[in-house]
Design a protein around this ligand. Sequence first.
Ligand code: BYC
Length: 473
Amino acid sequence: MTSTPDYAEKIPNNVDLADDRRLQRALESWQPNFLSWWESMGPTLPTRDVYLRTAVNVGREGWAHFGHVAMRDYRWGIFLAERDPDRRIGFGEHQGEPPWQKVPGEYRSDLRRLIVIQGDTEPASVEQQRNLGATAPSLYDLRNLFQVNVEEGRHLWAMVYLLHAYFGREGREEAEELLHRNSGSQDAPRILGAFNEETPDWLSFFMFTYFTDRDGKYQLGTLKESAFDPLSRTCEFMLKEEAHHMMVGTTGVDRVVERTVQLTVEHDSDEVAARGGIPLDVIQKYLNFHYSVSLDLFGGETSTNVANYYTAGLKGRWLEGRRRDDHKLTSDSIMVDTVDEDGQIAQAEVAALVGLNTDLRREYIADCEGGVKRWNRILESAGLEARLKLPHVAFNRKVGAFAGIEATPDGERLSAQEWDLRRGEWLPTEVDKTHVRSLMRPVHERGKIAAWIAPPRNGINGQPFDYEYVRLA
Ligand code: BYC
């Protein structure tokens, strides 16, 4: 059962940590390593304090508290959603059985792998975003960046708790490794591709929080279905925090598009770069990049790993409970993307179990369409004809069926040579990136905002836009 979090404790938690001295000591000895990682790899902009949300409870009402805190004193804690005594495993060969409170020996290494991969992404994103504070377009945005960062730090805590509490010495070693691998490092990179890319500017940050955090939503959604109850409960609570990160991405891109539209209409010209805005075709290129690297995060179109995870009950489907089938899928099939014998982009029928990465990726893609629709409404309501769109699934892929081929955003195959010649039409070029970076001048004054982005419609927690969201050191 969960208890009420005690903030007087060194590690705030709702898992009765004080009753397990060994575990408490192990986590308390990991804590200074986490803090030194935060100091050396976390946000570089010196701040006095930041208006942050801190999780204080897991219930539906009033789960978070807002206030100014010095970031190094942020109370990173361990919070699991409440245990449901009636819960039953919802899929796979253990369907209908009570969920596991301990890790079954036969699934130990697979579960550890899933938790380590999930855990690895959290600090990676903090590392990727560490320099963004220096170029924040407003104090409101700066605060949102830091909110995302501290919560990714908390999500690392969430996975480290599971590793320490349920995986013994190996789990403790993995927890150490999570602090040793670094985004973009030559020797010890982060595990998944997208988390070794740079996030050098705010347009990238908004695209990342829209597209890559959204992969997080879907992966956490599948782990929330897990038969391993502590993992399920951990992910359930993480999803609550994750919603804010995606709001930052969705409204961030809204505001960039809005400003571009304003400049276009005002000057009756789409030459917005010279007027301090970001041209729509550059926004499209950033979208193409972040969407395609995020599609890679779902793994191969077919995967025996994912089939085994599902059958064992380790990782379910998105909204498993709402699926109208037998939740075992042993005699079902699914059409997946593939490259056929003639080298053409095609579809193939495979067993549903091995196609589960495709199933999840499709749910994700449908969700991403929502953002594009929203951004296009901004263009439409200003009377502009241009539209944004998601590129074809085969575009710019490094993982899965399309890793070995090249394709345009419309899904036409290209030779490697054509791709090299034309990729700058679809992905940000050095010129595009240099222009975007040239706009990234810090605006750290209350109530002011950079010229390349529109102000937000709402502040945080009912505060106005000109609130002192961050006090710089
Ligand atoms: N980069 O059998 P396959 C988030 C590897 S984001 C590099 O298709 P599987 C967040 C794969 O490991 C959510 N390698 O893979 C967002 C395998 O290697 P091995 C993170 C990759 O297992 C923003 C091989 O290729 N959570 O939370 O079916 C900010 C064959 O692949 C990649 C999770 O991902 C890649 N992109 O699926 C902060 C959930 N993709 O075993 C946070 C946990 C695949 O042959 N992870 N490979 O050596 C999983 O569910 C699965 O491991 C994956 C891969 C979906 C990632």
